[in-house]
Design a protein around this ligand. Sequence first.
Ligand code: ATP
Ligand code: NI
Length: 346
Amino acid sequence: MSDEPLLEVENLRTTFDTDQGELIAVDGIDFSIEQGETVCIVGESGSGKTVATESITRIVPIPPGEVDGSVRFKGQGLQSIDDEALRDIRGDQIAHIFQNPQEAMNHVYTIGWQIVEGLKIHQDVTDEEARAKAVELLDRVGIANASARFNDYPHEFSGGQKQRAMIAMALATDPDLLIADEPTTALDVTVQAQILDLLNELQDEFGMSILLVTHDLGVVAQIADRVIVMYSGKVMERGDVYQIFEEPAHPYTQALMKCLPEFGGNAGGIQGTLPDPTDPPDGCRFAPRCEHAASDCTVGDQPAEIEIEPGHLASCIYYQQGYDSSVVQNDDLGTNANERTEAADD
Ligand SMILES: Nc1ncnc2c1ncn2[C@@H]1O[C@H](COP(=O)(O)OP(=O)(O)OP(=O)(O)O)[C@@H](O)[C@H]1O
Ligand code: NI
């Protein structure tokens, strides 16, 4: 095995041509995912999480979208390969699951048929083998009585069962990377926890990497190895799950944490709104909402990411030399955040 990451994204920039002008959805972000790792992208609605992940295999609509930057998957540059080769990778090595399985499924075909079709397109199997494998997968994702449920239509499955079936479809081709965009948002809390447990188990078993998009820090705590905090198309902070929960460094991450119920936060979220993506402000994108913002925060470009500890980086000038980082370091988050990461450790 090489020590190259499974996925390496550099300077990814995705814009849309809109009536209001060029909309910058993702503004030059870098990240990588190692083999077997779970990386979560977290951030408020509209921060560019979905567009970032959908730019990897160019499932964003082009036009009006335009994707720039470098995406390397197993060492192969995806930005330069043709659509057919990309479709092959998408169906085979990089699988997507979405928030709403209802939309991703075909209503007129049975669940089993849809898994079988996926298998047959990408693998050289007979009908019998494909059927047996589909039943096995349905069973594996926790669909009781799988061989009978094989013949059910999507509307005969509950929301949680549909999401399980989507996961079975995604696993059918034994992908190296599973991209899951808000996979549990439409589900109630108990089912959500079960699906995340299932993803964790399947990852151990199948060895795939997971890139999971969510706005929910509870989901992050339950599943992430590493976390990327996005805001307004930029990466604000990144680190392993312990660093992010125990020592959130960027005021934006801290503000997200403070919205959690254990800090007495309300579901209303952070005060204020995201900047206009067709006209982002100078300086740090979060400065207009940041309680610590100084005049230096509103000039130039988004600050470069500064390494605070190995693997833990924040894009905030207070961590640059000559600034006092104690201004943004936040003691009142410490103890409760520890409880959360202990839960994440289980
Ligand atoms: N097809 C499109 N055309 C124009 N603008 C788009 C398109 N798709 C996304 N955008 C814009 O790109 C920005 C980022 O959207 P994106 O869906 O990535 O956010 P997100 O972080 O996934 O939010 P959410 O948590 O609500 O899913 C938003 O301003 C959105 O309006
Ligand atoms: Ni999204």
